[in-house]
Design a protein around this ligand. Structure first.
Ligand code: 4HQ
Length: 247
């Protein structure tokens, strides 16, 4: 087993289908990844299995109690003492490709999914190793964020994407957006595939793709372009793009 994920959640059913289809489903079948859910409610010790309570100091909403979460994490760590515990929260480090790559070097991740107003602060102080955010918006719970992390991380595990394809070749690896893709037919309602892609001239195709990647990035994500390491050829292509915009 290359990598294990244990998801701590109040809604384990949310994970039954999304991570078991397509590429991740195959990765599970091949034994490259293992994904398990742990229901935090199973670690309550009262008759009504209460997992949340009102916030000290007042205010709206409910806070997830520390003890069931502590026991749930400890139950996973009893078997796997070195597991790395991540809490999904808008206050965490923004998820990006480099962070996903680093997480993929961990043999075992515990992903803690909060609901309501989040978890008691003492969970974060004493039980969580790292906090991660998937973006500046508010979800109803950490479950979808955990799925995003598992998906982005799993792509870095050798074999998950298939033998002749690696995550290092993807968009963001060279900090540019991808070039446009086309498949048959060559003409769809008057919208034609660029001639060069039909030419069979591989060096011309590579050059066109690099130029279009630069064009997409400068149009849509100039922030990425500013960070990219550009070759002399890239700079020449960007000048061509600029000139084309004046005509
Ligand atoms: N939430 N990135 C609030 C998120 C979130 C995000 C998860 C909602 C935690 C308590 N998580 N719960 N954005 O919005 O990771």
């Amino acid at each position: 087993m290359r990598m294990k994920f244990d998801i701590l959640t109040l809604f384990p059913n949310m994970f039954s289908s999304p991570l078991r289809e397509s590429i991740l489903g195959k990765a599970i079948e091949k034994g490259l990844i293992q994904i398990r859910t742990v229901n935090i409610r199973d670690f309550t010790s009262d008759k009504h299995q209460v997992v949340d309570d009102t916030p000290y100091g007042g205010g709206q909403g409910m806070v997830m109690k520390v003890e069931p979460i502590a026991r749930a994490i400890e139950s996973v760590k009893a078997q796997n003492p070195s597991a790395w515990t991540v809490y999904l929260t808008p206050q965490g480090k923004p998820l990006h490709q480099d962070l996903a790559r680093r997480l993929s070097t961990q043999p075992h991740l515990i992903l803690l999914c909060g609901r309501y107003e989040g978890v008691d602060e003492r969970v974060r102080e004493s039980l969580v190793d790292e906090e991660i955010s998937i973006g500046d918006y508010v979800l109803t719970g950490g479950e979808l964020a955990a799925m995003v992390v598992i998906d982005a991380v799993s792509r870095f595990i050798p074999g998950v994407l298939g033998s002749d394809r690696s995550a290092e070749e993807d968009s963001f690896y060279n900090s540019l957006l991808e070039y446009p893709q086309y498949t048959r037919p060559p003409n769809f309602r008057g919208h034609c595939v660029p001639e060069v892609l039909l030419s069979g001239n591989h060096s011309a195709i590579s050059l066109w793709r690099r130029k279009e990647a630069l064009r997409q990035t400068s149009l849509r994500r100039p922030d990425l372009l500013a960070k990219a390491e550009l070759t002399e050829e890239d700079k020449k292509l960007l000048e061509e793009i600029l000139k084309e915009n004046f005509n």
